[in-house]
Design a protein around this ligand. Structure first.
Ligand code: HEC
Length: 185
């Protein structure tokens, strides 16, 4: 009797744990899918993915998907007077760097490499998007334009988590994006 009861409870535990585990895995996969959908439709890659220039304009370089400004490419000359005036904003040809009154900002590496967001917690990621904090650290500097975090601050928790899960699932790319350059006097 005792053994039978024990057997039943083991069977019960076995049955119980399997579907729960499956649900957890499915929901993780679903979150990653949702994150992919959000990243694609919001267009994070417009700024965060380097492009190859074609006669029709820039197309994403999927080899460097979401890896930010390519640190191996020299920035080149640009007209600081125009950038400083605020009347025009200058974008690098592949849209991963932008010069304006704030200086020059470089789109971040969003891949799960150590040079990207590989070591970021979900908390860091949420703070970057909600509060516009560099590296998602409360005491760090505000994120610069054109990162539209003020819009992303309205994403709900679930969507932010889905984007985070998706980004942690993509190919890690080693690319140490340069520090932002303060405005030239
Ligand atoms: C219009 C261009 C643009 C778009 C679109 C954009 N970003 Fe950014 N993002 C930037 C730039 C430029 C920076 C670097 C800002 C800085 O250095 O202060 C940045 C920084 C970040 C950072 C902070 C990285 C760090 O090291 O602190 C995160 C996280 C981020 N972006 C995520 C996203 C996500 C997720 C999306 C899409 C939902 C997105 N961005 C869309 C331009 C953009």
């Amino acid at each position: 009797m005792y053994l039978a009861a024990l057997g039943m409870s083991v069977a019960f535990v076995a049955c119980k744990s399997t579907p729960e585990k499956q649900t957890a895995e499915v929901s993780k996969q679903e979150k990653i899918k949702r994150g992919e959908y959000l990243v694609t439709t919001i267009g994070c890659g417009d700024c965060h993915t380097p492009k190859k220039m074609t006669p029709q304009g820039p197309v994403p370089d999927m080899e460097r998907y979401l890896s930010g400004y390519n640190a191996d490419n020299p920035l080149g000359e640009y007209d600081t007077t125009i950038a400083k005036s605020g009347r025009w904003v200058l974008f690098a040809g592949d849209l991963t760097a932008a010069a304006g009154p704030w200086g020059v900002s470089f789109a971040a590496n969003l891949t799960p490499d150590g040079t990207g967001i590989g070591n970021w917690s979900l908390d860091n990621f949420r703070r970057a998007l909600r509060e516009g904090k560099y590296k998602g650290i409360a005491s760090s500097r505000p994120l610069l334009p054109p990162m539209p975090w003020q819009n992303f601050a309205h994403l709900n928790d679930e969507d932010i988590e889905s984007i985070y899960d998706y980004l942690q699932s993509i190919k890690p790319i080693k690319n140490l994006v340069p520090q932002a350059i303060p405005p030239k006097m």
